[in-house]
Design a protein around this ligand. Structure first.
Ligand SMILES: Cc1cc2nc3c(=O)[nH]c(=O)nc-3n(C[C@H](O)[C@H](O)[C@H](O)COP(=O)(O)O)c2cc1C
Length: 191
């Protein structure tokens, strides 16, 4: 996928995108552990590291199916073909019971690290916020204070012809971003 940027941003950032078509090639367990370690090197408030992950390779048949079963049907349709599925979770409070106001921020940072390390290994990921929260809590017996954030499909990119519409067309659609002037403001927020 060609991504054109206005500035010469790092190639790892340009190469990352979210496919829906994944090849059947499995992900080596060590590669997955490497991307998880990359996640762990993200910054976090008080170095609390509030991210948690539940993951399964396709070979972990039952656990993989459990993850698939939590996704909304439109996401299941393509994500079930990914060789790895993960669920990122957030620990919402510090051990002393105080709420960690920026915990979600830190999970996002860990996920971003995870994705960039994956890109460096030739892997691609796709975040999925479309899942059944109540079912996920139940299926994984999540304790209070641990909230599901987003699922992640991870693997090697496949080809658009593996997908049904509307996903096939979307797979090759041009990627777009807001212009800098729309989200970054020197000195003060505009009136
Ligand atoms: C928190 C979050 C939730 C998302 N949920 C879904 C989803 O449920 N289904 C889906 O197909 N894509 C989902 N996406 C993928 C976004 O649509 C995608 O990242 C965005 O369009 C930008 O494309 P890019 O990742 O290729 O740059 C989600 C992304 C994030 C970060």
């Amino acid at each position: 996928m060609e991504t054109s940027t206005s500035y010469p941003v790092h190639e790892l950032i340009r190469q990352r995108w979210s496919p829906r078509a994944f090849s059947a090639q499995p992900v080596a367990p060590e590669a997955l552990e490497q991307v998880l370690e990359a996640a762990s090197w993200a910054f976090s408030a008080m170095n609390e590291q509030p991210w948690r992950y539940i993951y399964a390779h396709k070979a972990d048949t039952e656990a993989f199916e459990r993850l698939v079963s939590c996704l909304l049907p439109a996401n299941q349709a393509w994500a079930k073909h990914a060789p790895v599925l993960m669920l990122s979770l957030v620990k919402t409070h510090y051990d002393n019971g105080q709420p960690n106001r920026t915990a979600m921020h830190d999970v996002g940072a860990a996920n971003a690290n995870l994705f960039l390390e994956a890109t460096a290994l030739g892997l691609h990921g796709h975040v999925l916020g479309g899942f059944d929260i109540a079912r996920t809590r139940e299926v994984f017996n999540l304790p209070e204070g641990l909230e599901p954030v987003a699922f992640i499909a991870l693997g090697y990119v496949g080809t658009p012809d593996q997908l049904d519409e509307p996903f096939r067309t979307r797979e090759t659609a041009q990627r777009k971003r807001k212009a800098l002037a729309e989200f970054a403001f020197r000195n003060q927020f505009p009136d």
